[in-house]
Design a binder for this molecule. Structure first.
Ligand code: IVH
Length: 713
């Protein structure tokens, strides 16, 4: 990033500047303003990125304050990327949705050497070569972030959200000294860049953050103020703050590690990933050169999977010595073209995998077993545990999954059990410590009736869960209401899980349509609800009537109908009720819909209460009609009814552009080569997909040019 000559120059200038400041000789510093900014950035980089400060905090503050003063006196000289602009952020009232340029995917998991060998085999098969180099890096346990730089300036920061759309958190990112406000992207021929990383708090800093919080809690006397439980939650929680953002970020000592370039185009709008930038390792090196914080010493490159496995095992032993929380490692195919050939599922890239460290264990006592009724009626037994501290998080519940699980592990009330917790997953009971049994432990009898509505429980022969079959069971309705108003469904801000629980208790909510009949006058009188928050709630509820039809269908909480499946159904109809007229066979024929999903949707539309339920929604102002923008009008119908898949290195357009074109011309994207696929578009060096398609004989093979022709015709 800085040559030794740069460094010498900056240091020499720093000394002169400090001398001038201490002698009050700062009158004509305006002409050096850009140099002063560079000096400050240099020292921020030394301190934050290299962890090797060359001047004291006091000296840094003096230079910083001088710059602030010059800018105050000369507002015209202020620039957006001035170091002073990290602070003085304004409060925000609402988080803005931020659509990701490329979806922010998750990672597939592996747990042992065999899983890694399997991954290696899959990759090599897809690439049809044995020559694959991998990069291994820490899997930071923090909160994901996406940063977009345009014309050298930080333009937007966003959280991961549902992977497609996150929330804009630019002020939060600007407040983190490890995130540069500007970078010389132009020098690398880049006009627009999206880079992803993880916001973390070091173990040492987290202790300090907790100590400070403790003091604040005591001093403020606020009962509502809670201690921070884990670095990861604290980092994620910071992105929820709307006020005093800069102070909060600073207080929590957040830092960032960047580990992935998801988008990079030059000034002609051409994708440079795989061409100008050839490997993942090169991209990390480039980011480092540009002044970004990247994992460096901790990255290793492996020509073969055996050496990578060895390094994973070494890491596992040494993880406690690492200054940041890591819940595993990430293995990535190094060559970016090879990454493109591997492709992705809708959930994770096929060129990367997380290697999860073994979960930590702790032992405690099962005090009781309770039963929860889920949204779809499944009865989940939950162990109420003697609370124990687990790496800073108190654990008092563990899921017992179902009756078979309890029987298999022979878990009894009073037993001492070993509990493990991996990442943010709900704690699991690994085993019973049989040597600690006194003989007084009680074997639990699984209930035969719903703990909420006493309906006799049922169990399908091929399923593990007992279920309450009563669609109107109050516990199920409550869970369904929570799901209905959740972010991915109707997204009713202000109607939180807590409010729903309260409104259910008070009898305001008995069915989903009751949301649209809430007695706001009474709610206003409740503790914790002012007129302002009630007005906001009323508005959010009203607005939700205009949510897209696929969100509504997903929100109804029909078993097996996820967000994507809901979209498939809604694509086919204009009015929601039409689905009720479809015979089961027709539902099953839809691409992406299996017999189980089809049956579940069919059952919903044929249960006695559904027509009345839909009529109720209609009388409350729902149109139950697909609006034009639900399906953003396509440019043409050239690809209508046809499904597409792309393979190999594309030279005319990027993969996301391809998907966009298919959608814009009324076609559909497919995720694999199968009989339902109509066209496989083949770029350079296609992999196994082409062979598979040729074998099937039902798939038409197109070149990129032929595909473009098809659209233009
Ligand atoms: S790569 C398409 N690298 O882990 C690229 N992710 O469980 C996918 N994470 O969503 C991400 N450290 O938030 C990558 N070195 C690393 C990572 C990392 C932590 C997070 C990331 C991701 C999650 C998946």
């Amino acid at each position: 990033m800085y040559s030794s000559k740069d460094q010498d120059n900056y240091l020499a200038f720093t000394k002169l500047l400090l001398k001038d400041i201490s002698s009050g000789n700062t009158a004509d510093k305006l002409k050096e303003i850009e140099l002063i900014r560079k000096i400050i950035r240099f020292h921020e980089y030394r301190y934050r990125v290299l962890n090797d400060a060359l001047i004291s905090d006091y000296e840094y503050d003096q230079i910083f304050n001088l710059l602030k003063k010059i800018e105050e006196d000369n507002p015209d000289a202020l620039t957006a990327d001035s170091p002073t602009q990290r602070i003085l952020q304004e409060d925000i009232s609402e988080f803005q949705p931020a659509v990701h340029l490329v979806p922010m995917l998750s990672l597939d998991n592996s747990y042992n050497a065999q899983d890694l060998l399997d991954f290696d085999k899959r990759v090599k098969e897809a690439l049809e070569t044995e020559e694959v180099t991998y990069v291994l890096e820490p899997k930071f346990d923090g909160s994901g972030i996406s940063l977009i730089y345009e014309n050298n300036l930080l333009a937007r920061a966003a959280t991961r959200g549902d992977g497609t759309t996150g929330e804009e958190v630019t002020p939060h990112a600007r407040s983190m000294p490890t995130i540069p406000l500007s970078a010389e992207l132009e020098s690398e021929g880049i006009q627009k860049l999206e880079v992803r990383g993880e916001v973390v708090i070091s173990k040492a800093n987290f202790k300090k953050v907790q100590d400070n919080r403790e003091r604040e809690i005591v001093e403020s006397g606020l009962k509502s103020m809670r201690q921070f439980k884990s670095a990861r939650n604290t980092a994620a929680g910071t992105f929820r703050t709307k006020k005093n953002i800069e102070q909060e970020v600073r207080k929590r000592k957040l830092e960032v590690f960047l580990y992935h370039i998801s988008y990079a185009v030059n000034k002609d709008g051409r994708d440079i990933l795989g061409s100008q930038l050839k490997t993942h390792f090169d991209s990390v090196e480039m980011l480092k050169k540009l002044g970004f914080r990247v994992p460096e010493k901790e990255i290793s490159v492996h020509e073969d999977i055996q050496s990578l496995i060895k390094r994973c095992e070494q890491w596992e032993e040494e993880r406690d010595n690492y200054p940041f929380e890591v819940d595993g490692l990430v293995v990535k195919v190094n060559d970016l073209r090879q990454q493109a050939v591997c492709g992705s599922t809708s959930h994770h890239p096929k060129w990367a995998i997380a290697y999860k460290f073994k979960a930590r264990m702790v032992s405690t006592v099962v005090n009781d077993i309770e039963y929860q009724v889920g949204r779809t009626g499944a009865i989940t037994p939950v162990a109420k545990l003697q609370p124990v501290d687990f790496m800073g998080v108190e654990i008092s519940n563990a899921s017992l999954h179902n009756a078979d699980y309890i029987a298999e592990k022979d878990i009894r009330i009073g037993d001492t059990v070993v509990v493990e917790r991996a990442g943010d997953v709900i704690p699991q009971i690994v085993k019973v410590e049989l040597n600690k049994r006194s003989g007084k432990e009680q074997i639990e009898r699984f209930p035969t009736e719903c703990p909420c509505c006493n309906t006799t429980l049922v169990k399908e022969a091929d399923e593990a869960d007992w279920r309450c079959p009563n669609w109107d069971c109050p516990d199920q309705v409550r869970e369904r209401l929570i799901h209905f108003s959740s972010k991915n469904a109707m997204d009713i801000a202000g109607l939180s899980q807590k409010s729903i629980e309260k409104f259910c208790e008070l009898g305001y909510l008995i069915t989903v349509p009751d949301i649209y009949r809430l007695p706001f006058d009474e709610i206003q009188e409740l503790e914790g609800f002012g007129s302002k928050s009630v007005n906001k709630l009323r508005e959010a509820i009203e607005v939700s009537k205009g949510q897209s039809l696929d969100r509504l269908l997903y929100g109804l909480g029909i078993r097996h109908v996820g967000r994507e499946t809901a979209k498939i159904f809604i694509n086919e109809i204009k009015l929601l009720e039409e689905l009720g007229d479809w015979p089961l066979e027709k539902l099953e024929e839809l691409d992406g819909v299996g017999p189980i999903v089809a049956k579940s949707l069919f059952d919903f539309f044929h249960q006695e209460s559904t027509p009345g339920f839909l009529a109720d929604l209609r009388s409350l102002g729902f149109t139950l009609e697909k609006s034009e923008d639900d399906s953003a009008a396509p440019e043409s119908a050239a690809l209508e009814g046809k499904s597409f898949l792309f393979t190999g290195k594309l030279t005319q357009f990027s993969r996301s552009e391809a998907a966009e074109m298919v959608k814009n011309h009324s076609g559909k994207m497919s995720s694999s080569v199968n009989k339902k696929l109509d066209f496989l578009v083949v770029g350079e060096k296609p992999g196994s997909k082409l062979a598979k398609a040729e074998k099937l004989k039902t798939v038409s093979i197109l070149t990129e040019d032929q595909f473009l022709e098809m659209i233009n015709s």
